[in-house]
Design a protein around this ligand. Sequence first.
Ligand code: 5GP
Ligand code: 5GP
Length: 206
Amino acid sequence: LSTAASAEPFFYLVRQWPTTACDVYHCHDPPHGRDFSIHGLWPNNDDGTWPSFCSQTKFRRNELRELIDEMNKYWPSLTGSNEVFWTHEWEKHGTCAGPQITTQHDFFAAALHLHKTLNIEDALSAASIVPSDSTTYDTADIVAALRDALGFAPIITCHNGTIEEVWFCINENLDVEDCEQACTAPACHNQHTCPHVRYPEPKGSA
Ligand code: 5GP
Ligand code: 5GP
């Protein structure tokens, strides 16, 4: 007996390593963060497609008042205005989140909560994987360290051989799951983009 898999939407929680993302996005100033910061929480389908710009609902800072301090801390824009970045993420991805996320507040609060639950730097340093301008790590070792410490395997993306983003997969109940289980079709982003990566030191001030 085989059971046909039913379509199960999920989310990618995407975090960026500021040193690398700044290289990609040409920051004006060196990044200030010394930690991975949030890029976005992206609804996705398990066939590898994803919805975007699902409604005209505008970004409303007033609904997020109690979250703004944490958003500034954990979800800064490396290239410009934080609010412009959050507006983009809300309009492109947040408007497609649902049904468990029904408000803008739910969307940003869920991303912040998941971000704090999944501490990448601590998980890596527990396996002696620390930022270094002279070491190259096996991507498989990075994934194993994150799986060991946090329970689930993410996807690693890179730019010019340098770690850029860590994508964790989040199911419809907002629980973390292995990305290979969340998305199984060939179109899914399940391949780490480089076999080896550098994890360069933060360049900005703390
Ligand atoms: P890129 O083309 O740089 O990989 O991605 C550009 C943008 O497209 C991302 O910042 C994100 O907004 C969206 N995107 C790329 N890949 C995915 C994906 O697999 N799932 C979702 N939901 N969005 C994606
Ligand atoms: P996505 O790639 O998710 O569609 O959109 C990212 C957009 O937000 C790009 O247009 C990028 O210029 C802008 N942006 C502003 N700040 C940041 C940042 O810190 N990281 C990334 N990846 N994009 C940012």
